[in-house]
Design a protein around this ligand. Sequence first.
Ligand code: SF4
Length: 218
Amino acid sequence: MPTHDVVALSPEPPRDCPLCPRLVAYREQNRAQHPDWWNGPAPSFGDLEARLLVLGLAPGRQGANRTSRPFTGDYAGVLLYETLIKFGFATGRYEARADDGLELVACMVSNAVRCAPPGNKPETSEETTCRRFLTARLAALPRLKVIVTLGDVSRRNALRALGLKASAGVAGHGSEFQAGPYTILNSYHCSRLNTNTGRLTTPMFEAVFRRARELVDS
Ligand code: SF4
């Protein structure tokens, strides 16, 4: 079986996934500069019985690319994981390390693009190439009910992974719509830029996860 078919069947890419040349080159560059970092596709983190999937766009260079766990080690993880703990989707303490003991409960966190892109911006072709893993990831979560997308690009990637048009959903923070068997809730990304500028406040972010909790429990 060709390599492409092997990886296409898996919800998680291999550590040395070769499919995006630009991201592979960036990975090699980071490995040379920081051999102690993870420097590979960031595996999804969480519960295989997840009823909630939180979907970001791509790992940060010094976040998941360094620590191996999505949203771990960079600023965005603080608000995300503290909110997941508050609404019962995680237990333990978030300490910005992959070995901090934090556990997700009926929840998984992943990214639409698994490798860190230069400048935090994946190219459209890289989103398309990596979508096979998102599609397989969704298919391998039999109890999944709700997808929280962090940002509009993540939202569009989730729709495409479900075989829908990117225009099928509703843009903007707090939007909610049905996409096949799942409810998609969209949030502004919990980035430092969005929180520092007040575009996203803690109450706004918590409102999305309060609604996710209601939907998961209904
Ligand atoms: S972004 Fe996805 S498809 Fe591209 S190299 Fe990384 S794991 Fe492979």
